[in-house]
Design a binder for this molecule. Sequence first.
Ligand code: FE2
Length: 664
Amino acid sequence: MAEYTLTVTTGDMLHAGGFDNVYVTLLGAQGRSNCTQLTGVGPVNETEKVGTFSVTSAFTLGFLLLLQVEKDPFHESEAKPWFCSTIAVRTPEDDDVFFPCYKWLSRGDLVLLRGGRATKAFEDFYPRLQDQRKRELVQQKLTYKWDEYAEGMAFVFNVTEPKSLLAEDRLSFSKAKHFAYRRKLVDALTEAGILHSTARWENFEDMKNVSKSTLAEKVSQLWKNDDFFAYQFLNGVNPYMIRRCSKLPPNFPVTDEMVKPFLAEGTTLNKEMENGNIFIIDYKIMEGLPTTVLDGKRVPLTAALCLLYMTDEKKLRPLAIQLGQQPSQDNPIFLPSDSEADWLLAKLHVRHVDTLHGLLVSHLHNTHLVAEVFAMATLRNLPVIHPLHKLLIPHHRSTLFANTVARALLYGPGRFFDNSSISAEGQVPLMRRALVQLSYASLCAPDDIAARGLESVPNFYYRDDALRMWNVIHSFVTAVVAYYYPLDSEVSADSELQQWVDEIFNYGFLGNAASGFPSSLQNVEELIKYVTMLIFTVSARHASLNSGQMDYLTWIPNGPLLLHLAPPTAKGNASMEDILTTLPNKSFGSLAASLHWFLSEKYDDFVPLGHYPQRFSEPAVLRMIEDFQAELSTISDAIVKRNEELRLPYPYLNPKEIENSISI
Ligand code: FE2
């Protein structure tokens, strides 16, 4: 008689314990064990979380191939799913084999778990394991099917209703609690008579009711300030637009005469461009999009151009704004010396287009939709025993859920953003343009910063922190990838890996070679960069766009999603009253603020970057994870210390505030 000891861990989330009978069978190279009931795995584990069980067989089973777990299909009690986290097996030979599960098991479910060292397909010696590996991927491809959301856009998961997702892909209980809390906030705004008021704001003071953080309070004081306006291109919630300008585009004819009063004594615009002190932001991507129709008219959305100057005192300041791509008499270039109302309106239109660009292009498209492609490709092509599945699956947690909810509630016809300036009609063309413009290099932080010429810009905290994060992720990924891929030839020979990269290229980037996205990976170095890019995008890059929404966008004049009045076509006619008339009304302004608040909230089920439920069992890799966490902690301390010295802190890339995956 051979005895195996199983240590079974139930998930620590609410309602993880189950009541049905659970049976396990060990499948080894030399036979199978008795099918054994895990008595009391449900109610006992609901409090204790860990149970120890004995499984026997007539003979020793040899190399353990699989662990079969099934829930009784015919139990009498009320059906209740059970979340099995892991099962650790001690063999009669005193070997330990670790089987990660992390699945909800419902009545009648049967799963086959793979344990032990992570393997690539060509490393599986036993035909039973090779076969299981193929069967798993066939099943995954049936569960996770691609859908073409619209021609010219990245493919998405074909599930449209959040409730149709698998239990482990669905909303956590703690997030559900916050969803309910948000409803209370919406109720409070309704009670205060704000939410259903189509009235315009009578004064700026009243807008403070919907602005909800200490930093938002500062934003409400600083929003008219030129330095703060420019600061946000570096350290606000869309730090991906600014670039160094060495030559003015022909459609932005700013002259020396216009900007001379704002430049240092004795210099010219050309000289300052040569010296690297001029920067540009160009929203050409928004040009000509069909906008929302209100009262029979299209609301304005300007494809603005904005020129900035780095002064001798290392202050970034706006120099000139043109509120559209075509210069003309009706489209003047606004300057800081214009009337207060003209200049403020010009900046307001820039904040408007920047906010929508930030939310829909930088955030929704370049992180959420891209992350969905990564998650789908991982689920479909990398079996659970593959080292990259083990490494990456925690970085896909809740992403399919978040995006399915976004499609159900936020964008598309009749959804939230349909009421912003970019209606559903304009969203698909914008997403198509975003995909065409998105390059592999732009998702790799060092390449992105270099391409935009921003290496030496002072007080650029986003860049400083993003590069730190890129480097720390890169060194962790280097260690893990080098451990599993000691030779370049193992990268090119890994058919599952190649299929994974190919699906991302074809379903995410529609086979567009100009994007720079690879369709295959040939060596270890390429694989390290690719995996670093993926983890950086779904963690740090997403945090830089998501976490500051409450701070920067809930003060409505700093982040309007809709403007009512078109930009002035001539200077000198605008009044400060026009600012209030231009802003969104009470209802939409406050609803948008509540959405920013809700999306940038830190949830109870938040998992910080680098924290992984155990899937690896190799001690060397577990040490790499510990080293990664220690380095993240050091970076976190340095960022906290740096922020103590700043008038406006930049906390969004503090590793303790960065989530491991896109979950909201
Ligand atoms: Fe997000």
